[in-house]
Design a protein around this ligand. Sequence first.
Ligand SMILES: [Zn+2]
Length: 122
Amino acid sequence: MVKKHLTKKQLDDLRAQLIKEEKKMESTIVRLKENDPFNDPDHATDNAAVDTDVREQLGHDTVEAQMKEVQKELILVRGALEKMHKGTYGFCDRCKEPIVLARLKYVPQTKYCINCEKILRK
Ligand SMILES: [Zn+2]
């Protein structure tokens, strides 16, 4: 039997929040892809000046970096939804203690309680 510390209502609210986050991140990824200058249909064919190439490279690198960040978060969000499904949501991955609700509301995709997060960040 899985221990529970959240009510169904609290879980439902957090799930809704996670799904909203997931959708937001998915559309951010789509938007980032569109903003990638390497996706510009003119890109492959243009033999533009060097400074244009540099600008495109910079734009591409920025998009890549942002994309990585969003994808990392998206993995966390999906992991949290997966844990909800399994009934293990809301417990710290490290110490296995319940994560306080206030923290879950603030960062529903978190894997760790505040104490472990502090230790892991050091
Ligand atoms: Zn912990």
